[in-house]
Design a protein around this ligand. Sequence first.
Ligand SMILES: C[S@@+](CC[C@H](N)C(=O)[O-])C[C@H]1O[C@@H](n2cnc3c(N)ncnc32)[C@H](O)[C@@H]1O
Length: 492
Amino acid sequence: MTEIEAAAWRRLINERLGLRIGKKEDTTLRRTIHERVSVTGLVEAANYLDFLSKETPASELEWETLAGRLTINETYFFRDARQFDVFRTILVPQRIRERQREKTLRIWSAGCSTGEELYSIAILLDLHIPELADWNVTLLGTDVNPENVRRARDGRYREWSFRGVDARVREQYFQGDGKEWRVIDRIRKRVRFEVSNLVADAIPDPLNEIHSMDVILCRNVFIYFDSATVRTVAERMIRTLMPGGYLVTGHAELYAQLLDGIDTIHHPGSLVYQREMPLLAGSTRVAKPVERRSEEPKPSRDVVVRPQPKSNAKPRVVAEPTLTEAQGLAARGSYRAAVELVEPLLKNPTPPFEAHYLLAECYAHLGRREDAAAQCKRALERDPLSAKTYFLLAKIAEDADDQGNARTYLEKVLYLDAAFTGAYIDLGSALKRSGETTRALRLWETATGLLSSPLRDGKVPGYPDASPAEALSHVQRLIQQTTGSGESRRST
Ligand SMILES: C[S@@+](CC[C@H](N)C(=O)[O-])C[C@H]1O[C@@H](n2cnc3c(N)ncnc32)[C@H](O)[C@@H]1O
């Protein structure tokens, strides 16, 4: 396959599945296409491309297979225990309060892989929330890969899916024969699994029960999508939630998306998104303005080995291509791979500023807050005037719900760089949360002014994935909602 053909494949797959297939996945792409050409008997990749380009039932099926080959199914029961704690102790009780009248609860595991996530939910509800016994509870799992859905319905799992599962829970909810464990019938009857493509299929989809959800878990799925697709899918999910319903993603998966209509809510070890409540007639309670914040940073796209203020030693020539490569990996969401490339650079007696900074960003994306903060400090030793590093520290502090430090860092950013628009937006939100509405409005007005003029390199500082127009309309909404409400409400 020539490079031009490979590029055509990448484009088509991106259009149809929203998947970003970078150069790193090139071998997988070529191998998969080769295999599928031979399995389908289409003889040549060009015929296969032609077949997939037409919208027929057969090509639909083939797309599902292809999606399964190009994504990773990694999952296990109660993966990320802290998110399940938040789900059980906060999200479900809150939704139960909201839904007392209808006694209906709807939960969707989107990108459910082989089903462990949805079964974990079914087990949690059964174990801890007995009052749901007389409720109408929908537990839906969907995945683009039909083989995953088949296995999820079957509900048989091997040892590896149980890492971290309490032995008593396994005894209670699974029947084993020593090799495999099957979810007991009582729980299997409560869940439903369907094939659905988050990118190509209609969502919400009332005909297929995909609507009015109380909680959507879409974890470790957005990582496969490019930024535009993340936004489209996230927006559809917001529309699929009930007002007040929750969206739970993997860590930092919605970073750099300016999403309307949701609040970001911090819980220890987990950040969740809540669809705004409508304004209640006759009530003093108001819908909270969108306080969009990106929970973790995204790698910068302008990796340059800069002169190091604290050393006369020249950065090693080898650092530049490695850093650029690592930056490319990080930009595609391959943070672990990027870390592997950058960490050896720290053996250099004078690692460049960008090595520390990129590492800090990757660690933050991977949820390693302390390591991320440590790398920021080291980056600041190399360049004490780096506004973007303070901005990153502010994000890390916000993620740890350390609002005091977040605010201090944001102030520092503006002290160092008076044109750092993202800091005006975020500091405004922080001030609004603490009731300082007038100051918040002043900062957002400044952000409006900056966004209305040409930006340095056309990017919004702090929000590299948002266009200036998107950022501007976001800030205007913040202003409008604040002046409209006259008071602030803080999500907890
Ligand atoms: C890593 S698994 C995540 C499983 C589970 N949510 C978890 O976090 O443990 C990612 C899943 O997303 C699915 N997926 C990828 N692209 C998808 C799409 N466009 N629509 C629906 N599912 C998709 C894959 O088939 C895979 O099963």
